[in-house]
Design a protein around this ligand. Structure first.
Ligand SMILES: *Cc1c(COP(=O)(O)O)cnc(C)c1O
Length: 372
């Protein structure tokens, strides 16, 4: 089945008792046992599993072409589960340009539990080779990366990583399964902040880990989910799945709008540099064309001038909202360095845009008046 069709139908079960076309929200925390003590419907207690979560997990697993998935209460909790599934003394390799919250997690709470990490420029295969240690168990990829929009070669990194008997987990939040299939390039795990494009309406915090194979490593992740209980509520699962129903068509418009904005900014005299993999001037454009179906709804650009000038532009937008996060129907603008904190390597004159689904003429008119 095609991915657009999976997005609409997967995980939906018309309600047997009423015939309702959309699966209901099951708020129950606990499920009835039979006289013989068994659980006839397969559900026991809502931390362990519930029908809405099962539907969401089935749908995202199918969209990614994986075999199983575990949903969490945030993208960060999903990333945490990957690290918690490792052991003290293990080593992970992560990109030097990545979602700052996950980098800070490794520097802080996981260092405390003696999980070792190395930040690597994932565009440099020799640097990656050199970073492997005998205890390296996991390599994380984030592509396109946040906020520099670097594109990483999933296949090349998966091959190198497998030679070292480690596994690859790919943060597919920016691309979504509509634009990029990390499993087809050799990744072992995919994870998402479903907070972003999958939910798509800026009203749910959530995350999910998808595994290519239901192996021992995924069983540890499932255990962390069910025993630790950082799980999404049934209503959040319902909303996220509802968002996914329109994911494929939303991504088409996000991509078309972002490409038009990238071209507009590239030709603007106040702009120093635009970071968007869809531009032929982007250093990873050829790789992006091979690895992605389209180039996504995220881009960043550097203004001619300093942080103050970047703040000035952000202060003048009217349609864009000044806010962190991404992937919703509304366009957002953000001065990234100031939210990333003291470890940031993001240029001070950089603004990140999450291009929404408004009419492209209105989006460009707003940027034009803010830049003038
Ligand atoms: C937002 C985000 C996360 C973290 O997700 P939360 O739901 O905010 O915890 C992880 N990775 C990427 C690429 C993100 O954009």
């Amino acid at each position: 089945m095609k991915i657009e069709t999976i997005a609409i139908h997967s995980g939906n079960h018309p309600d047997e008792s009423t015939g309702a076309v959309v699966s209901p929200i099951n708020l129950a925390t606990t499920f009835e046992r039979d006289a013989d003590g068994s659980y006839p419907k397969g559900y026991k207690y809502s931390r362990t599993n519930n029908p809405n979560r099962a539907s969401l997990e089935q749908c995202v697993a199918e969209l990614e072409g994986g075999s199983c998935a575990a949903a969490f209460s945030s993208g960060s909790a999903a990333a945490m589960a990957l690290f918690q599934a490792l052991s003290a003394g293990d080593h992970v390799i992560v990109p030097d340009d990545m979602y700052h919250g996950i980098a800070n997690m490794l520097r802080g709470m996981f260092a405390q539990w003696n999980l070792q990490h190395t930040f690597v420029n994932m565009q440099d295969m020799q640097a990656l080779e050199d970073a492997f240690q005998s205890n390296t168990k996991l390599v994380l990829i984030e592509t396109p990366s946040n906020p520099m929009m670097k594109v990483t070669d999933i296949k090349a990194i998966s091959d190198i990583t497998h030679n070292h008997h480690a596994i690859v987990a790919c943060d597919n939040t920016f691309a979504t399964p509509i634009l990029q299939s990390p499993f087809s390039f050799g990744a072992d795990l995919v994870f998402h902040a479903t907070t972003k494009y999958l939910n798509g309406h800026s009203d749910v915090i959530g995350g999910i880990v998808v595994a290519k194979h239901d192996d021992d490593f995924f069983k540890r992740i499932r255990d962390i989910q069910q025993v630790g209980g950082a799980v999404p509520a049934p209503f959040d699962c319902f909303l996220t799945l509802r968002g996914i129903r329109t994911l494929a068509i939303r991504m088409n418009v996000h991509c078309a709008n972002a490409m038009a904005v990238a071209e507009f900014l590239s030709n603007h005299s106040s702009v120093e540099k635009v970071h968007y993999p869809g531009l032929i001037t982007h250093p990873n454009h050829a790789l992006a064309s091979k690895q992605m179906k389209q180039f996504g709804g995220m881009l960043s650009f550097q203004i001619k001038g300093d942080a103050a000038r970047a703040f000035e532009v952000a202060s003048k937008v009217k349609l864009f909202t000044r806010a962190t996060s991404l992937g919703g129907v509304e366009s957002l603008i953000e001065h990234r360095a100031s939210i990333e904190g003291p470890h940031t390597t993001t240029p001070q004159n950089l603004l990140r845009l999450s291009i929404g689904l408004e009419h492209i003429d209105d989006i460009i008119a707003d940027l034009e008046q803010a830049l003038s």
